[in-house]
Design a protein around this ligand. Structure first.
Ligand code: A2P
Length: 279
């Protein structure tokens, strides 16, 4: 991982509308990076929500500057004084082809209007909470996993993360390690047999300790026997899903077949889904 960190907070020039200053950039692989920015003093959000962020671009027709924005899940918890984002790099992607080059001190645009369905309010109370992620879909869960409410509300929290290659799991692996060594969160999670947080990473195109798509591992029952938990049931299990479109659709079907129903802010049920951002 290459980390570029601001040594001193750059002076804010506020040249952009809703400008925030980049404080740290980490490059995880040639396809993935994460970055942190200053947080607007007035911004309140619920862990799991997303905001629109981006850069200015020149309109090809008029030659005028206008914002180019995309939805990004906030990966940091709501108590953090900075905001963290986790992004793919698409070489011909309109935004990420440029965003991947940001450095500490640079400004990005951040519209301070958080929204989203991957929030505790959209789920009915339950015993076990599953976070199912592929690729950068882990971002909203990076927020929720660092939110003490997650461990207050559930007896058990399980994060599954499926990526093509082993290197793409590093952001999540570091996240889990940091949570387990955080004094406050570690106390909420507990130890040994009573540990509340479980982590189940898998890869599909490169060798790693656990291979396969999580959807296949659920259908075969392997994930449940590996973790020593009962298959999903609407009485005990709640789920949040965030990944690519095909994955979201497939896992929705599996959850529905288990008797879980999709919830929303206005109508909490047993699971919620959101599409991970792809430039
Ligand atoms: P696979 O390598 O078999 O396509 P991507 O980088 O394309 O967004 O994919 C991220 C991860 O999601 C990959 O490991 C990919 O597996 C997996 N994936 C893609 N489609 C599905 C699906 N329909 N169900 C489960 N996993 C999927």
């Amino acid at each position: 991982t290459t980390v570029t960190q601001a040594t001193a907070k750059a002076p804010k020039t506020l040249t952009l509308p809703d400008a925030q200053t980049v404080t740290e950039v980490k490059h995880w692989t040639d396809r993935l990076f994460s970055f942190r920015v200053t947080r607007p003093a007035s911004l309140r959000f619920r862990s799991g929500e997303f905001v629109m962020i981006g850069l200015m671009q020149t309109d090809a027709k008029t030659g005028k500057q206008k914002p180019l924005l995309r939805a990004y899940s906030i990966a940091s918890p709501s108590w953090d004084d900075e905001l963290e984002f986790y992004s793919i790099k698409v070489q011909d992607g309109p935004l990420t082809s440029r965003l991947q080059h940001i450095r500490p001190g640079d400004e990005i645009i951040l519209r301070p209007k958080p929204v989203g369905t991957l929030v505790h309010d959209a789920l009915l109370p339950g015993r076990r909470l599953w976070f199912f992620a592929t690729g950068t879909g882990i971002a909203p869960f990076a927020s929720l996993l660092r939110d003490p409410q997650t461990y207050a509300d559930y007896d058990e929290v399980i994060l599954t993360h499926t990526c093509r290659e082993a290197g793409e799991l590093q952001y999540g692996a570091d996240l889990i390690e940091n949570i387990r060594s955080d004094e406050l969160l570690a106390e909420l999670i507990g130890e040994g047999f009573h540990k509340k947080l479980r982590y189940y990473p898998t890869t599909t195109r490169e060798q790693s300790p656990k291979m396969g798509r999580i959807t296949d591992l659920m259908r075969s029952g392997e994930v449940f026997s590996d973790l020593g938990v009962a298959p999903l049931s609407p009485e005990t299990d709640r789920a949040m899903v965030c990944g690519n479109l095909a994955f979201n659709l497939e896992i929705k079907q599996i959850l529905e077949d288990c008797g879980l129903h999709e919830g929303a802010n206005s109508d909490p049920r047993e699971y919620v889904v959101e599409k991970a951002f792809l430039d």
